[in-house]
Design a protein around this ligand. Structure first.
Ligand SMILES: C[S@@+](CC[C@H](N)C(=O)[O-])C[C@H]1O[C@@H](n2cnc3c(N)ncnc32)[C@H](O)[C@@H]1O
Length: 209
């Protein structure tokens, strides 16, 4: 069963040390993709094992999932996959990760927790300040992907990103997936569930100018 974690809880104020790219990956010069809210990381394992010319970094707020994912990486000796535990907002706002974000080629927000009640909107992972941080740190040409089955959340995420004039929408039809972090269009766990249940998927791609 999925458990919601309150990202604004004091437990997440302190973040763990963020290793350098050298410590995280065997080959630190590869293109780097960041997946925010990666849960147990199955999507990233599927990607990392096939696309060995990319490095993949997952951030997840549920500690147990990150511990298990890290053990799996060690056991399978996967060199292009790393997981960080914590609230993505705090991690990416921290000085330690500035250097890493500069090297990020793309970021995905796949089916983030919706937090429906208005008083819980602040718990949503995409916040205007967070998007400003990303727009300050990401290199020109970096790509941001959002995907959700909740239309209201999609509208919120889309308007928050679009309100930052550094991000421009790319039409999905014009996007060259073969050169992206996900050339074979691997689906996330939530995406598989949504497709099996014939629910709608709302998605958009942005480029940093
Ligand atoms: C609905 S799940 C989707 C998981 C996966 N991306 C997928 O598509 O199957 C959302 C995940 O985001 C995580 N999450 C929510 N807010 C977060 C935050 N602020 N920082 C890091 N992870 C977060 C949740 O713990 C949960 O594992």
């Amino acid at each position: 069963m999925r458990q919601h974690v309150n990202p604004l809880s004091k437990n997440f104020d302190e973040i763990q040390r963020i290793p350098s790219l050298n410590e995280m990956f065997y080959e630190n010069k590869l293109n780097l993709h960041l997946d925010i809210g990666c849960a147990a990381g199955e999507f990233l394992f599927d990607l990392a094992l096939v696309n060995t010319n990319w490095n993949y970094l997952g951030i997840e707020i549920r500690e147990r999932l990150v511990k298990t994912a890290k053990l799996k990486v060690q056991e399978r000796e996967i060199k292009n996959l790393y997981f960080l535990y914590g609230n993505a907002n705090n991690i990416l706002n921290n000085d330690q990760s500035k250097f890493i974000v500069k090297h990020v080629k793309s970021i995905s927000f796949n089916f983030p927790d919706p937090w429906f009640k208005k008083r819980h909107y602040k718990r949503r992972v995409i916040q205007p300040e967070f998007i400003n941080t990303l727009s300050d740190l990401l290199q020109k040409g970096a790509i941001v992907f959002i995907k959700t089955d909740v239309e209201d959340l999609f509208d919120y995420m889309d308007s928050t990103i679009s309100n930052n004039f550094h991000f421009k929408t790319i039409d999905k039809k014009d996007f060259n997936y073969s050169e992206s972090f996900n050339p074979n269009k691997v689906q996330t766990n939530r995406e598989k569930y949504v497709i099996d249940n014939q629910l709608d998927i709302f998605e958009k791609i942005y480029i940093k100018n």
